[in-house]
Design a protein. Sequence first.
Length: 400
Amino acid sequence: STPSYGETSADDYFLLPATIKTLDASIFDWYTWKKTRYVFGKDWNKAYLCVYNANLALELLDKVERNTGNAADWDNVKGSALFYRSFYYLALNVQYGLGFDESSSASDLGIVIRESSDFNQVSVRSSVKTCYQKVVADLEQSLNFLPDNPRHTFRPSKAAAYALLARTGLYLHDYAMALKYADLALKIKSDLMDFNGDTDLNLLTANVPVKRFNKETIFYTEMSTGFDLHAPYSGMADTVLYAAYSINDLRRTAFFRASGKYQIFKGNYTGNANTMFTGLATDEVYLTRAESKAFLGDVSGAMADLNLLIKKRWRSSVAYVPFTAASVAEALNIIRQERRKELTLRGLRFGDIKRYNKETAGIVLSRLNEGQLYRLEPNSSFYALPLPQDLIERSGIEQN
């Protein structure tokens, strides 16, 4: 399972007053972006268990000679371990490190890089930049060993490594890198569901309209159960977000259902109403490629990618009017809005806000409770989420 506290801190949901009244003080502090002391952080612990398993697998594999009889399996284990380690390093670094900034990330605190299964190894936080460099290095190495397509989407593949490198490129503001790897991922897997009647969808199903392991899934993971404030049994869909969907946009039906006068999100790629999908899927890769093309000046190419995706989400009985943009800025604005609408509650929004604000977007998050307004200002120190207090006390590493 992947970290969830970033999604808890983002803006795609809100809590009703009755729900807020049930929160512990520390969880309310988290909801309103106050740094709070908490222990046994599931996000940190579960992710580093995966890192530990990857390191142990690599160490054990070093003791097995690669030969003609075991080459395919040996390569799969090697590539998979490198991929898993980088996948969790990236998720942790996006959540617990500040947004990447070329001028400061060499000194900004990132996460702990561990390349050994020895739990006696002293924990030291690396820089944000070093962490991203490690992610890229592991992923690039994994490409030498992984198959193009996985045996199952639970397992890594070249397509998944390319897609994760594309995601990493966005976080690094390296749009040429993101474009390169999005292209490579889509050359292997480019399927999209047509929301007008795909066999992987049932829009009439009240709670779980999207099938697990659907044709868009490149690599399957689910979000950890952390504070769960954003989960459908507690969080309401942000009203501004929901209002942004056209009446003929089938995502309104596929992704949301009414709960009183508000909406609850249900569009998980997990087949479970309360379990969030946080893996890699082709819709994200198309949006990454579109955003990268736009940033690099290919506005028409960017709009072509975006329209290819959104037309699959549009009611077929109503003529689809393609998106157009007259400038790079307009294209980026449209694509980033559609990215938010398409990738709701996928564990990506918090990192996206961080990178947009590093590009001077000036996004301010706000929550209202009992007449009091709480705000998270652009590039606030809270964008590097607090670490579990028991981790600080046991290891002596520095708190955010």
